[in-house]
Design a protein around this ligand. Structure first.
Ligand code: ZN
Ligand code: ZN
Length: 657
């Protein structure tokens, strides 16, 4: 078998010639698509679009940027009230940053933008754009911001305009950058007394609680890769966050809504009429806010800034339904909007301009979705689909559809997986050769490690960076300490990152390079830990997450149960270990070996304490707030020893595998 692989090996000269002749990576291969269907599509789309002057339709007369670079339109109703002179984005030209991405960052100057005489945007202070609507005797805040500190910085600006009290907060949806600043604006007392309304779509609190999933360890780690948190910011790191200049990390607060809408709420607050409408799209709980008298629409994050949307987030998420998303935009197109403001991206003035942006945005989503489905029905697999599903030029060139945040390519791959699952239909995929063994076979077949190294160097020289990275994976899999191969792969990824217009792809490439070089910096990691969010999490959900941490191989002969009774919430639960599984019962089983009486409040303290949990338990044991009705600390320790501790970020390798 070994000899067979050797015979099949392509001489290096042949491989290098192939590389030099321009066989390119998938992301740039659209002009080289070789499949019959690919050729068909290119011919037909060329014929379809060549005679239409689409650029004129989309730019110029209808949709144009104001000279301030801070909004779209003539400035009849929108003006820049003040600028701080700051930008949180990296905006200098650099050989290490794609010029289009730099240009994107230059739209993110910090400013207070005013619409008419009563609506204000805190633009460029972070990822989110908090909005203040001034009424007769109070203000309404839409989207309080991504952290208490970021919200405070916007509040300082808004308070120079008016000192009227906050009457209402509207959460546009459950994402962290839209709710976390709430405590900068209001207190629990103001909400409890009813002086301040907190308005959101039904299900928002449950969605906030779901930020904590049993894959929290992995997704936390992957989020640091999408944010390039292991390298410095700037030309060799992240330059903007796509949706806005920068996610401003800080304290994450949350106060539960006290006005919950189902689909729609028409309400007058401080003399301002508001139509708040659920538009399932990026999230199911997304709401838009329409001011009928002024015909202003706050479009939430239904449009993800001036970017093709993240129909899938590469940090890792469940399937987001593109069909739900573009249909949501159709709901928004029914308003008679004259000015559109957004959670991310610049405001748009003019009826035609708003209609233009909304139509292009929903069309891009539907196009991507429908054409992926169409070609899936012809049997195409993800690697083939990305070569044929490309936006036509009137959408690809549209200024609100740059691929700075989402990309068509990674959306197409996820649409395939979301509808079909992983299996592409070729049976070897059901039972491929064992992972390391396969890597060894590929190294041999490719003529050995040195041949791979020199081919990779040739590929890098030919700017085929991802191909170089792919073939270097095999020697690295065989020998994880092969620093020469790791360094070469890092070189490929740095060069690839510099070419990307998509911030998430760029950041991931740079972080991957740091992992390969062994230089990951862990000091900038984002923490999403928050007492407010934890408090919103149902007890059964916390305990249910524990079941997926059972060390199965050590418990195949174990039968043991532990029960919790919470005196404050009157809830009780039992976790039963039974031969390699842990079952959660939502009751206290009388036969449980260890029985604990405590409170949900103490459980919150223990969870927040993380590595110091034992000390928290000890002090609560002493005060009697954590007590054993059966069993004791030793049995408790034994029970807990059957569950895995999360790996530290330093231990988790995503690329060197
Ligand atoms: Zn969002
Ligand atoms: Zn957002």
């Amino acid at each position: 078998m070994t000899n067979l692989f050797k015979k099949m090996t392509l001489p290096l000269a042949v491989t290098s010639a192939l590389l030099a002749s321009g066989f390119t990576s998938a992301s740039t291969a659209h002009t080289h698509a070789t499949s019959r269907i690919g050729q068909e599509l290119q011919t037909s789309s060329a014929a379809q679009y060549q005679n239409i002057d689409l650029d004129a339709r989309y730019q110029g007369d209808v949709l144009f940027e104001h000279e301030s670079n801070l909004f779209w339109g003539k400035g009849e109703r929108i003006k820049v009230l003040s600028k701080t002179g700051e930008s949180l984005a990296y905006t200098q030209a650099s050989d290490h940053v794609h010029p289009t991405l730099t240009k994107h960052g230059r739209k993110m100057d910090q400013a207070i933008i005013q619409i008419d005489d009563n609506v204000y945007l805190g633009y460029g202070f972070g990822l989110d754009t908090p909005v203040m609507i001034e009424g007769d005797d109070g203000i309404i805040i839409v989207d309080p911001g991504e952290s208490v500190q970021m919200a405070e910085s916007v509040k300082a600006q808004f308070r120079q305009i008016t000192d009227k009290p906050v009457k209402a907060i509207i959460y546009s949806h459950n994402h962290i950058d839209h709710i976390s600043g709430v405590r900068a604006w209001v207190s629990d007392e103001e909400v409890e007394s009813g002086a301040v309304k907190i308005i959101a779509q039904e299900g928002l609190t449950a969605a906030v609680a779901n930020w904590s999933s049993n894959l929290g360890t992995l997704f936390g780690h992957r989020t640091s890769y999408t944010g390039a948190k292991h390298v410095d910011e700037g030309e060799h790191g992240t330059v903007n966050d796509g949706l806005g200049p920068r996610f401003m990390q800080g304290d994450i607060s949350f106060i539960e809504p006290n006005v919950v809408l189902k689909d729609r709420l028409d309400i007058t607050i401080a003399g301002v009429d508001l139509e708040i409408v659920n538009v399932p799209s990026e999230t199911k709980d997304e709401v838009v806010v329409y001011l009928p008298k002024q015909k202003i629409l706050h479009a939430a994050e239904v449009l993800q800034g001036e970017n093709f949307p993240n129909l899938h987030s590469i940090r890792g998420t469940k399937f987001r339904d593109p069909a739900m998303w573009f249909k949501g935009i159709d709901t928004m197109r029914q308003f008679d909007t004259e000015v559109m403001i957004n959670s991310h991206g610049r405001p748009v003035e003019g009826k035609e301009a708003v209609a233009n942006v909304l139509t292009a945005y929903r069309d891009a989503i539907q196009y991507t979705h429908d054409q992926t489905i169409r070609y899936m029905n012809k049997g195409l697999t993800p690697d083939e689909l990305v070569e044929v599903v490309k936006l036509p030029s009137h959408l690809a060139q549209h200024p609100w559809l740059g691929e700075h945040y989402g990309t068509v390519a990674h959306a197409v791959r996820q649409i395939y997986v979301g509808y079909n699952g992983f299996f592409e239909a070729d049976p070897w995929q059901l039972e491929p050769m064992a992972y390391e063994q396969r890597a060894k076979a590929f190294v041999e077949i490719m003529g050995g490690r040195s041949n791979i190294m020199s081919t990779a160097k040739a590929a890098i020289k030919a700017e085929n960076y991802t191909f170089a990275a792919e073939i270097l994976s095999y020697p690295i899999t065989i020998d994880k300490d092969d620093m020469e191969a790791r360094q070469l792969k890092a070189t490929a990824y740095k060069a690839w990152a510099a070419d990307q217009v998509n911030i998430n792809w760029r950041n991931w490439g740079l972080n991957a390079a740091a992992e390969l070089e062994g230089t990951r910096d862990f000091s900038q990691l984002i923490s999403f830990a928050s007492v407010d969010v934890l408090t919103a999490l149902p007890s059964h959900q916390i305990l249910d997450m524990m079941t997926a941490t059972l060390i199965a191989e050590q418990t195949l002969d174990v039968e043991m149960a532990l029960s919790y009774s919470f005196v404050d919430t009157q809830e009780s639960f039992t976790i039963e270990i039974r031969n390699g599984i842990a079952q959660l019962h939502e009751t206290a089983l009388t036969e449980a070996d260890v029985q604990i009486k405590t409170s949900r409040a103490v459980l919150n303290q223990i969870l927040i304490a993380g590595p110091n949990a034992q000390q928290v338990i000890a002090s609560n044991l002493q005060s009697g707030d954590f007590a054993f009705a059966k069993g004791g600390i030793q049995e408790f320790g034994k029970f807990m020893s059957f569950f895995d501790k999360p790996m530290s970020p330093e231990e988790i390798m995503l690329i060197v595998r």
